[in-house]
Design a protein around this ligand. Structure first.
Ligand SMILES: *[C@@H]1O[C@H](CO)[C@@H](O)[C@H](O)[C@H]1NC(C)=O
Ligand SMILES: *[C@@H]1O[C@H](CO)[C@@H](O)[C@H](O)[C@H]1NC(C)=O
Ligand SMILES: *[C@@H]1O[C@H](CO)[C@@H](O)[C@H](O)[C@H]1NC(C)=O
Ligand SMILES: *[C@@H]1O[C@H](CO)[C@@H](O)[C@H](O)[C@H]1NC(C)=O
Ligand SMILES: *[C@@H]1O[C@H](CO)[C@@H](O)[C@H](O)[C@H]1NC(C)=O
Ligand SMILES: *[C@@H]1O[C@H](CO)[C@@H](O)[C@H](O)[C@H]1NC(C)=O
Ligand SMILES: *[C@@H]1O[C@H](CO)[C@@H](O)[C@H](O)[C@H]1NC(C)=O
Ligand SMILES: *[C@@H]1O[C@H](CO)[C@@H](O)[C@H](O)[C@H]1NC(C)=O
Length: 454
């Protein structure tokens, strides 16, 4: 079966929508242009011209290093898989088999005209505690891996990068023996030159931004893959003094079950938090908790939204995000079945059950004929689904008779999970069919569709 590729660019080019409601849905399966859940864990963002690049860890096949992947997007919602910047080699060394390569972050060095990537480099037992560096000529092309070291002779595990307004860049580095460090990088960003600040506190997963001449450092306590209430500190000087560490998400929520990986500055008043919800037994099924931060002077807070609408177009008079519109809900079992699909009972599902036996040898389908919209709009349909398997399932979705779109459904355990479909809805009634990918495997059971009112 042929799945559409590069379709988002095509759709965006031809559809001028007054009020797109493309959403970020924290914790959902996030299918990219390649039909797979984004594999960019522990990642970072870099914006080049009007495009965001997400660079992170590929955990398709478990914890050990496979690839540092790169995805691109203009809206932070629809991500196009671009390829791997670094990949597993078959020789021993930092990028060889059974190695740890985590938290890759990329900066552009204006002096050298190169993209510079730093990342945590380790053995599978995390005994080496080093940081590695690579360079690239293009942001999302192949990078040349240079070397690794313990910066200034200190252990380094979780790390981040920060680039100040004057172009000076810093490595943020968790040193288990001493605390959390800010170390200055050389002008070419390829080496660590000296120490800028040391917190004696044990904080990892560091991410720093500067907004309106104030620095904000975010990080996590040390609880392994298990989440905790992450914290921030702020200062008007990178050399301190820094305020005491304070939580920013709802107390006890364990940062909505996530760990900081990056903070994206959008303007002098707005920034987004990017966190990982790690699934330690299956890292590739880890999801992304991205939420807007509320930053006001020394105070930072992060309320929860089950979905929200980023707006990162150049003109930001209305701000860089808004709350989602209300939803219409379509129960899976109210759709029209074909080819053996039928309602299955489902604990934890809403309504009378879910639409099951989708895909499989007879390619069962469920079709919704009246997904209504009052305008032509790009929007995000959240599919609440059941996949009780330990591996992901895949399905195809056909919208108004178009080319099938492949969607991933991460394991949902005994509950229901969300998977997001970013699509064009036409004014009037839309017909959407959910089925299998045509390889005899089953798609997930569809509990219900959550469609923003438009
Ligand atoms: C290692 O990779 C190189 C380059 O891809 C290939 O030519 C070579 O055959 C591989 N060696 C082994 C032992 O797999
Ligand atoms: C890593 O490579 C860079 C660029 O060649 C070099 O400047 C630096 O000294 C090297 N660092 C180590 C620890 O070898
Ligand atoms: C660190 O190195 C930079 C660049 O060489 C220098 O300007 C700065 O004074 C040094 N800082 C410390 C604390 O040694
Ligand atoms: C943002 O934070 C400020 C200051 O803490 C608070 O007054 C305001 O209510 C918050 N806004 C939202 C939308 O949470
Ligand atoms: C995004 O913001 C721009 C500029 O403020 C505005 O023109 C546009 O309508 C907004 N888009 C959405 C989807 O809200
Ligand atoms: C799925 O999305 C719905 C609607 O946005 C939300 O209420 C629910 O909490 C989400 N479920 C999970 C497991 O995140
Ligand atoms: C959608 O379909 C229903 C049932 O066929 C019909 O009553 C309704 O008028 C349609 N709406 C639009 C906007 O076409
Ligand atoms: C299975 O159904 C999907 C729609 O869900 C369709 O796109 C696909 O072509 C069908 N595959 C086969 C092999 O019939």
């Amino acid at each position: 079966m042929q799945f559409r590729s590069g379709v988002w660019a095509a759709l965006l080019a031809c559809v001028q929508t007054a009020s797109a409601t493309l959403q970020i849905v924290p914790g959902a399966t996030w299918t990219a242009s390649n039909g797979l859940h984004m594999q960019a864990h522990g990642g970072g963002l870099i914006k080049v011209d009007d495009t965001f690049y997400l660079v992170g860890e590929d955990h398709t096949n478990g914890a050990a290093f496979q690839n540092v992947n790169c995805y691109s997007s203009k809206d932070l919602v629809q991500w196009e898989y671009q390829g791997a910047l670094l990949s597993l080699t078959n020789t021993t060394g930092d990028l060889g088999p059974s190695r740890v390569v985590e938290r890759p972050k990329v900066l552009w060095n204006e002096r050298t005209g190169k993209y510079v990537m730093w990342m945590h480099i380790d053995s599978s037992s995390y005994g080496e505690a080093k940081v590695g560096v690579a360079v690239g000529d293009t942001v999302c092309g192949k990078y040349e891996y240079l070397n690794s070291s313990q910066p200034l002779g200190f252990q380094s595990r979780d790390m981040g990068l920060f680039q100040d307004d004057d172009g000076t860049a810093y490595l943020l580095s968790e040193d288990r023996a001493n605390g959390l460090r800010i170390d200055r990088l050389s002008d070419d960003y390829l080496t660590v030159v000296n120490a800028t600040y040391l917190w004696p506190d044990h904080i990892e997963a560091p991410a720093m931004i500067k907004i309106a001449n104030r620095y904000y450092m975010f990080g996590s306590h040390l609880t392994g893959w298990t989440p905790n209430d992450n914290v921030y500190t702020t200062s008007t000087s990178i050399t301190g003094p820094w305020s005491s560490w304070t939580i920013f998400a709802q107390s006890g929520s364990l940062t909505y079950q996530s760990q900081t990986n990056y903070v994206l500055k959008l303007s002098n008043s707005e920034a987004f938090y990017l966190g990982d919800r790690w699934i330690s037994s299956d890292l590739g099924s880890s999801s992304y908790i991205w939420l807007p931060l509320n930053i006001s002077g020394t105070s930072v807070s992060m309320p929860y939204f089950s979905s929200w609408v980023p707006n990162v177009s150049e003109a930001t008079a209305e701000g860089s995000w808004k709350v989602s519109p209300p939803n219409s809900v379509y129960e899976g079992e109210t759709g029209t079945y074909a080819n053996g699909a039928k309602t299955v009972s489902c604990s934890g599902c809403s309504g009378a059950g879910s639409a099951g036996w989708l895909g499989g040898p007879s390619n069962g389908t469920v079709t919704f004929h009246q997904i209504s919209s009052s305008v032509d709009t790009m929007t995000t349909i959240t599919i609440q689904y059941r996949n009780g398997d330990s591996a992901p399932r895949f399905g195809a979705v056909v919208i108004n008779g178009g080319t099938p779109v492949k969607l991933e459904y991460l394991p949902s355990g005994s509950g229901v999970s969300n998977s997001t479909l970013h699509t064009l809805l036409q004014k009037g009634n839309n017909t959407i069919t959910f089925g299998g990918v045509g390889d005899t495997t089953y798609a997930a059971d569809v509990d219900r569709l959550i469609v923003p009112v438009s």
